[in-house]
Design a protein around this ligand. Structure first.
Ligand SMILES: NC(=O)c1ccc[n+]([C@@H]2O[C@H](COP(=O)([O-])OP(=O)(O)OC[C@H]3O[C@@H](n4cnc5c(N)ncnc54)[C@H](O)[C@@H]3O)[C@@H](O)[C@H]2O)c1
Length: 347
């Protein structure tokens, strides 16, 4: 069987740190044929370092000159929508980095383009592929938590404003910690809850620490041009009766440097996911269940393996375009609620 011919759009951190090495680990069934970046020299350098035969200065040129089966989209959020639609129209399956897009309108267009193309579109929500999430999913499917009626989602850093890339630029990112790191934990929670539909969303954002010079544990950020929130708070109710609270911060005066957590509360049990621990009442006592064995895999490499499997075997990846639209609607509503001071009601 011929190899899956993959193209990479964007030659930055996530492409060179995650996508390229993980495709290369599967070189018996994957060939990285081309890479495109508007910073052409970067594309050429990464191509040379990884023995990728073609480098281009735009994805349009890449699609004109090489035949591809699948692409990874690893460019700033603002450019996801156009690159994804171009790739689908070029007949490629698409793994687009998270968040799906800048807003729900774009995510919806990407969903429709995927439906029309008949190709797969999936998103880089790699936490779903962590063993803790996959194991929790099995426990939940077997009724260990019962009905999940509440979730607590946290993606909080003490002083973790990225000192590189465009993560503090609202124009290119669509927002700050909510759309960048909060989206990972929100996606994991929604995935474990069966992706319920939102009903009411209330959000609040803060900009207290990002616009002033301060300690930067992830490098020195551009505090003079910091245009995103440094903290976002949310409360979401769902049409199935469940609720969820969320906190996401690049910087906050808290104890831990970096806390990524999803806690689920069901009527038969609860769970913290990172690390996995289950809380139950059984035989008139309260017990905690802590796995002593979890499969050893890494979310990033598992995500790429899963995408390749799905492309080769014609299976829709677990992160779907429809879910991309739902999560983006929630993020839009959180930002809109924060801007207006009013809760957003979904019909
Ligand atoms: N899954 C994760 O944990 C994770 C981690 C980091 C980044 N990301 C996501 O990956 C994406 C990229 O982030 P990054 O950290 O690699 O950024 P980066 O700034 O390191 O790299 C982005 C690259 O895209 C190039 N680029 C910009 N516009 C382009 C265009 N229109 N066509 C081609 N190339 C273009 C830039 O020149 C740059 O080389 C973002 O959406 C981000 O949210 C995901």
């Amino acid at each position: 069987m011929s190899k899956l011919r993959v193209g990479i759009i964007g030659a930055g951190g996530i492409a060179s740190g995650v996508h390229i090495p993980n495709y290369k680990q599967q070189d018996e069934r994957v060939e990285i044929v081309a890479i495109a970046d508007v910073a052409y020299e970067r594309a050429q350098e990464i191509a040379a370092n990884h023995a990728i035969p073609h480098a281009f200065e735009s994805y349009q040129k890449m699609f004109e000159h090489v035949e591809l089966d699948a692409v990874s989209i690893c460019i700033p959020n603002k450019f996801h929508v156009d690159a994804t639609i171009a790739a689908l129209e070029a007949g490629c399956h698409v793994l687009c980095e998270k968040p799906p897009a800048m807003n729900a309108e774009e995510a919806e267009r990407m969903q429709h383009a995927a439906e029309e193309s008949g190709k797969f579109l999936t998103y880089g929500f790699h936490y779903r592929h962590q063993p803790e999430v996959q194991t929790a999913k099995i426990f939940i499917a077997n009724g260990e938590l019962g009905d999940i009626y509440n979730a607590r989602v946290q993606a909080i850093r003490r002083r973790g404003i990225p000192g590189w890339g465009v993560f503090t630029n609202k124009e290119l990112q669509g927002g700050g910690p909510l759309i960048d790191i909060g989206v990972h934990m929100l996606d994991s929670a929604l995935y474990l809850m069966g992706y319920p539909e939102p009903e009411v969303v209330l959000g609040k954002t803060h900009q207290q620490l990002g616009t002033k010079k301060g300690v930067g544990l992830l490098g020195e950020w551009d505090w003079e041009n910091f245009t995103v929130e440094d903290m976002a708070i949310g409360m979401i109710t769902f049409k199935n009766g469940a609720s969820l609270t969320l906190e996401a911060a690049f910087a906050a005066n808290v104890e831990e440097n970096d806390k990524m957590q999803v806690s689920l509360m069901g009527n038969q049990g609860g769970a913290d996911i990172f690390p996995l621990k289950i809380y139950q009442e059984k035989h008139d006592t309260l017990i905690d269940v802590t796995p002593v064995y979890l499969p050893e895999f890494n979310g990033h490499s598992e995500e790429i393996k899963h995408f390749v499997n799905c492309c080769i075997n014609g299976i829709q990846p677990i992160s779907t375009p429809e879910q991309g639209t739902v999560i983006q609607k929630i993020i839009d509503a959180l930002y809109q609620s924060a801007a207006t001071g009013k809760a957003i009601n979904f019909e």
